[in-house]
Design a protein around this ligand. Structure first.
Ligand code: SF4
Ligand code: SF4
Length: 66
């Protein structure tokens, strides 16, 4: 289960661009994780402030891009 720390999230939108099934929706004041999230964990590696955690798989290469 992917977890979002809403207090840390700065709504930059980086995660929404890398989500394979397009399961993240960014509005002006909120990031939503939609029901079609596969819990892959890809987005976790891209969040610049560490607001996302969990997920089944965290790509090693992507983690170095932070
Ligand atoms: S865990 Fe995967 S499917 Fe779910 S929001 Fe993150 S990138 Fe998208
Ligand atoms: S990458 Fe992190 S800070 Fe940016 S919108 Fe996603 S969860 Fe929020």
């Amino acid at each position: 289960m992917i977890a979002l720390d809403r207090d840390s999230c700065v709504l930059c939108g980086l995660c929404t661009g890398v989500c394979p099934p397009n399961a993240m929706e960014l509005t002006r004041d909120e990031l939503k994780i939609l029901p079609n999230c596969t819990d892959c964990g890809w987005c976790v590696s891209y969040c610049p402030v560490g607001a996302l955690s969990g997920g089944r798989y965290r790509p090693r290469d992507a983690a170095t891009l932070r």
